[in-house]
Design a protein around this ligand. Sequence first.
Ligand SMILES: [Zn+2]
Length: 96
Amino acid sequence: MPVTSFPLVACDYCPAMVIFGDTGRTAMPVSAQPVPGGNIVLLAQPLGAPRVVVTADPHAYPGQPRYVTHFDDCPGATTARRRERRDGGVQSETLF
Ligand SMILES: [Zn+2]
């Protein structure tokens, strides 16, 4: 699954590009660059954002690139978290 199959969005709070994943409850910004040992797998869905799967098992989902949440490395994460809590929802046009 090429990384580019997921839409990239510029982060509002830093120059990074992120992928918005669907946790089933809300939208989570995931750093677009795969990270070896990351704890997030993005699974393509027929409609909408890729599904976020958080797993600590390095052997789960073999062959899938691993990601980390952008909250971990975004300078604006504090603001982003607050806005996400207030807004909720999974609309990709609402950053965070
Ligand atoms: Zn950011």
